[in-house]
Design a protein around this ligand. Structure first.
Ligand SMILES: Nc1ncnc2c1ncn2[C@@H]1O[C@H](COP(=O)(O)OP(=O)(O)OP(=O)(O)O)[C@@H](O)[C@H]1O
Ligand SMILES: [Mg+2]
Length: 230
């Protein structure tokens, strides 16, 4: 089975802390899997996601994503790898307020060297699929939270990433918008997208994920996949 993510003995220690904030953790995530990471505040969920995203480096262990050892990559190669292979969605959307919706979505494609027309066409397709086409020329500040998160998801998908990562994607949304984003993630997973989702929300984990790991104090306390295998 191809693993999109392979963590071996991964630990993260911040600054002068005695105990690691995470790990050591071993984790393999198969292609097409939808993994939810749950756990109390401070249990290491974002730390884990940031290591997988290459936004941070482990203190120990190896992080392999889409076949590449990202913990050893140089900054430049890593930045490029992130742009091309990883899509990320955050709780507070992180959109650029002075770019239109369409330009926000196209930007990562242009940054990887996709021609403007091809980038615009891919952005158009995604807006259509995600139901935000009518907002293409609007600025993010005019949209609702749920619409903004759809824009953020479209932006994350524009380069057809091997991996979609989401950190509390419904955390800032009301119930109805949260439900929309939840359904969107389920659809993406059904379409074959590998997804890792960090959430406090057990309902979201149940609805979107084929597997859940629950972190406590930086360790994997429950892995529903391991239980199923056992
Ligand atoms: N940049 C940092 N510098 C120092 N300590 C950090 C840093 N980031 C996280 N930590 C610590 O590492 C631990 C795990 O934090 P992390 O953000 O991964 O938790 P989390 O599970 O995502 O929590 P939350 O649900 O509140 O988002 C916490 O004790 C936190 O204080
Ligand atoms: Mg967090």
């Amino acid at each position: 089975m191809t693993h999109v993510i392979e963590l071996e003995g991964v630990a993260k220690r911040y600054g002068g802390a005695d105990a690691p904030a995470l790990g050591p953790v071993d984790l393999g995530v198969a292609q097409g899997e939808a993994l939810a990471v749950t756990g109390p505040s401070g249990s290491g969920k974002s730390t884990l996601l940031n290591l997988i995203a290459g936004l941070d480096r482990p203190s120990e262990g190896s992080v392999t994503v889409a076949g590449q050892r990202i913990d050893r990559m140089g900054e430049h190669a890593l930045a490029r790898f992130r742009r091309e292979r990883i899509g990320m969605v955050f709780q507070f959307f992180n959109l650029l307020d002075d770019l239109t919706v369409a330009d926000n979505i196209q930007l990562p494609a242009q940054l990887t060297g996709t021609a403007r027309r091809a980038a615009a066409s891919r952005a158009g397709e995604l807006m259509e699929v995600l139901g935000i086409q009518k907002h293409a020329r609007a600025y993010p500040g005019r949209l609702s939270g749920g619409e903004r998160q759809r824009v953020a998801v479209a932006r994350a998908l524009v380069n057809k990433p091997a991996l979609l990562l989401a950190d509390e994607p419904t955390g800032a949304l009301d119930t109805a918008s949260g439900q929309d984003v939840r359904e969107l993630l389920v659809d993406l997973h059904r379409g074959g997208q590998t997804v890792v989702l960090v959430t406090h929300d057990l309902e979201l984990a149940r609805a979107c994920a084929t597997r859940t790991i629950h972190l406590v104090d930086g360790h994997v306390a429950v892995d529903t996949h391991a239980e199923a295998v056992r």
